[in-house]
Design a binder for this molecule. Structure first.
Ligand code: XMP
Length: 319
């Protein structure tokens, strides 16, 4: 893509001008945005960049491992993975309030990141994959009064506290443009096409109080759901799809016995930029087959429902 090639060159130069001989650390989440930001900055300043992937225990099945493997296979940047899952989960246990979850996750993230930054002797700049919609959605909403719908947790607060400047090379781009840029930078198609995943991860897909057990149940259901979507060839048509574990137990029958287990809600939407979205119109065979698999394979779930709410009035996530 001609214009993206030009944009890439322009951004590389801008990053060099901004950073000089300084050191940059980048919080790599494994998502497309932070990955593209990291690669662009790496192209500009090479080893002056250190990437840190904090595994908060709220990722999807095998996600942290797969992301690290992809980077090691294709690129040569400094990437360190920190397993902080016990720390996060122990402090989130029992928390039910969506904004409190985001605050705790944000605070712990800053703590872990600060510790890791110290270990590499500090840094002058913090890199983030902030996109244009992140910039506008956090200040206004469809022409109405200025309100924050959800406090999107990136790493706010960290730069001031650590006396760092921000490097945000994607601030002018929409998601589809970031994907074009990612392809330009050689990211594999399978990686570029990945659905967006929120910073607070599975924590905001577990309404009503987080427990390790619920996270494990949710992770399994989510993996089966995504597997079925891929097998049906629908993954690239859908903007974002995920399972939510509801804090509701219902009665079921299995074999000779009565069960009393959780309800799993499935969500899938189409969208251009995440600002508005339509629920995805699956055919009933797909939903039925997926529900059966989840109930048969995941201990702890005995009922599956599908969310047919578009955005607005719903949001994409449930919290
Ligand atoms: P909503 O639920 O607001 O989501 O319609 C729009 C897009 O943003 C993602 N999202 C988040 N991303 N931190 C993030 O990094 C958050 O706290 C957060 N909340 C929602 C959501 O997954 C969707 O892609």
């Amino acid at each position: 893509d001609w214009s993206m090639a030009a944009y890439r060159a322009e951004m590389v130069q801008k990053i060099r001008d901004q950073v000089g001989s300084g050191k940059v650390i980048c919080a790599l989440s494994g998502g497309v945005d932070s990955s593209v930001a990291a690669l662009l900055i790496h192209e500009a300043i090479g080893d002056q960049l250190t990437c840190i992937l904090v595994d908060h225990g709220l990722m999807r099945m095998n996600e942290a491992r797969d992301v690290v493997a992809m980077f090691h296979e294709h690129y040569n940047l400094n990437l360190k993975m920190i397993d902080a899952s016990d720390r996060f989960i122990s402090q989130l246990e029992g928390e039910a309030d969506p904004e409190a979850k985001r605050k705790t996750i944000g605070r712990l993230f800053i703590e872990v990141f600060e510790e890791e930054a110290k270990k590499i002797g500090g840094a002058d700049f913090l890199a983030q994959g902030t996109l244009y919609p992140d910039v506008i959605e956090s200040v206004s909403f469809s022409g109405g009064p200025s309100v924050t719908i959800k406090s999107h947790h990136n790493v706010g607060g960290l730069p001031e506290r650590m006396n760092m400047q921000l490097v945000e090379p994607l601030r002018e781009l929409f998601k589809d443009e970031v994907r074009v840029l990612g392809r330009e930078l050689g990211l594999p198609d399978s990686f570029i096409g990945r659905h967006p995943f929120p910073g607070p991860g599975l924590a905001i897909r577990c309404p009503g109080g987080i427990t390790r057990e619920k996270l494990d149940i949710l992770r399994q259901a989510d993996a089966i759901y995504l597997d079925e979507i891929r097998k049906a060839g629908l993954y690239d048509t859908i903007w974002q799809a995920f399972a939510v574990l509801l804090p509701v137990q219902t009665v079921g029958v299995m074999g000779d016995g009565r069960t009393y287990e959780f309800v799993c809600a499935l969500r899938a939407v189409t969208s251009v930029d995440g600002m508005t979205a339509d629920f995805y119109p699956y055919d009933m065979d797909f939903l039925g087959k997926t529900a059966t698999r989840i109930i048969n394979e995941v201990k702890g779930i005995n009922r599956v429902v599908y969310d047919v709410t578009s955005k607005p009035p719903g949001t994409i996530e449930w919290e």
